[in-house]
Design a protein around this ligand. Structure first.
Ligand code: AHR
Length: 501
């Protein structure tokens, strides 16, 4: 191997963990044009009889989100779920204080359940821990999950939905550590409230899985103490603890931006340590896992004016435009999801349409942004088990993370369906890199397909007029030579290989 060649060693027996069935999930908030004009737009020529955008549904099906978190986000902490159910003409118009917008409530819990069915995803509901009570939270579980015969289940039936939904995943509030949050709480206060809400909610339905609010980012002054305190209060009442993080390249330092997986890994590692500490301190046999339920690049559309709706309906809020370097960061994020799949069981892309999203809409048209392509590849190809891949690659210097390898890699193997996938990001902005892949065990019989997102301009992006600037292309699958293959990955590229054993 020449010093400028990278080497990837794979052994299909060297497993990190089973990939959770809800690892690749999404997040839809009542914010800007995510719900209204994004998912639900009765005025669009693309709307079906329910007002759902057929073109958007089709693109979301391609993204194959396994669960969908809803209805917020900061919106959640002022939301009265009762506003969004029942006859549409009787639902109140309200001022949403989180985004200074008008909420018409024409889309609510039951419409969300229909939407989830339409894109074949599991609902992941969130309860308001800001202005609402633990009673409201328990009532919503009854409304969604209880059989008819009591008040809130009967209310659901009277709205036309006799069968209980059996919603499994429930978030206990949103970013309650943030002073910007409506009804923000201190860690002790939130920990106690979340625990009591969890008790009532689970008494309604013992099969539900609960997610406590973790730190809103690793940059919060209360991180990771917030997490310790909350976990100590809630440990035996929850299954997951959340983490949020938005990445940016405000300094226009692409070298460091493309090395961000170092930051993502260390965020997970710290929280894993907190989980282990609390488990040991409580002498517990119970396990709590991580739910990274808001992640994405978001820094360009982050002015105050991007976040305030001026009391209008469906304002254009945080409609981030994604470029090639953002897609390469998203790909590394998903590499981290696989490499940390022993502790990370849920991740939700924030968000799914128009608001910091892979999909943009106008009334008549829809655009897939650059990040759409790697996300679709991971969520469709990464199944079974995540593999512990050994990588040795030339290095480069970054201002933020010091010396980093040029390659960022992950892999999966699904014995049941005999599907094997390898995901490779080349962080170099200028150099093609020869890569030699060797299978120490589990040699494939064939590399069946290869897909690539690549370009020469890290700032290239798609527009409605020019939608194919950054897309995934099929490239020639490299040939096997015994238990090895070689290929050259171009600079600024993401490559996904599909193989069969
Ligand atoms: O996703 C946009 C916002 O970012 C969410 O409402 C909030 O939870 C986070 O701060």
């Amino acid at each position: 191997m020449s010093p400028s060649t990278a080497r990837i060693d794979i052994d299909t027996n060297r497993v990190i963990s089973a990939i959770s069935p809800v690892l690749f999930s999404g997040f839809a908030e009542h914010m800007g044009r995510c719900i209204y004009e994004g998912i639900y737009d009765p005025k669009s020529p693309h709307a079906d009889e329910r007002g759902l955008r057929k073109d958007v549904l089709a693109a979301l099906r391609e993204l194959n989100f396994r669960a969908m978190r809803y209805p917020g986000g900061n919106f959640l902490s002022g939301y009265r779920w009762q506003d969004g159910v029942g006859p549409r003409d009787q639902r109140p118009r309200r001022r949403d204080l989180a985004w200074q917008s008008i909420e018409t409530n024409q889309f609510g819990t039951n419409e969300f359940m229909e939407f989830c069915k339409a894109i074949n995803t599991e609902p992941m509901m969130a309860v308001n821990m800001g202005t609402a009570t633990i009673q409201d939270a328990a009532n919503l579980v009854e409304y969604c999950n209880a059989p008819v015969g009591t008040q809130y289940a009967d209310l659901r039936a009277s709205h036309g939905y006799k069968d209980a939904y059996g919603v499994k995943y429930w978030c206990l509030g949103n970013e309650m550590d943030g002073p910007w949050q409506i009804g923000h709480l201190e860690a002790e206060e939130y920990g106690r409230k979340a625990r009591e809400a969890a008790k009532m909610m689970r008494w309604h339905d013992p099969s539900i899985q609960l997610i406590s609010c973790g730190s809103s980012s690793s940059g919060m002054p209360t991180y990771p103490e917030w997490d310790r305190v909350v976990l100590e209060h809630c440990w035996d009442k929850i299954e997951y603890h959340s983490m949020h993080y938005y990445a940016g390249n405000t300094e226009n330092d692409t070298g460091s931006f493309l090395a961000l997986s170092a930051e993502f890994e260390s965020f997970v590692d710290t929280l894993s340590g907190v989980l282990r500490y609390v488990k040991a301190k409580q002498r517990s046999k119970h396990d709590v896992y991580l739910s990274w339920d808001e992640w994405n690049v978001w820094y360009k559309a982050r002015e105050a004016s991007d976040m305030q709706g001026n009391w209008t309906e469906a304002p254009h809020l945080i409609e981030e435009v994604y470029n090639l370097e953002d897609a390469l960061v998203a790909a590394q994020w998903m590499n981290v999801f696989l490499r940390k799949s022993d502790v990370l069981k849920i991740t939700c892309l924030a968000q799914i349409v128009n608001v910091i999203a892979p999909i943009l809409t106008t009334t008549n048209a829809m655009l897939k942004q650059s990040i759409f392509y790697p996300i679709a590849l991971y969520s469709n190809l990464a199944t079974g088990h995540a593999l512990d891949v050994s990588v040795s690659a030339p290095q480069y210097e970054t201002a933020k993370f010091g010396t980093m390898p040029l390659l960022d890699v992950s892999a999966s193997y699904d014995e049941a369906s005999n599907r094997h996938a390898i995901f490779i990001v080349n962080r170099s902005q200028t150099e093609s890199l020869p890569v030699e892949i060797t299978w120490q065990a589990g040699k494939p019989s064939q590399i069946t397909a290869a897909h690539q997102v690549a370009g020469t301009d890290p700032k290239a992006f798609n527009t409605f007029e020019n939608p194919n600037q950054v897309v995934s292309k099929s490239i020639a699958a490299p040939k096997l030579d015994g238990n090895r293959t070689t290929m050259v990955v171009p600079p600024l590229s993401f490559t996904a290989l599909e193989a069969a054993l």
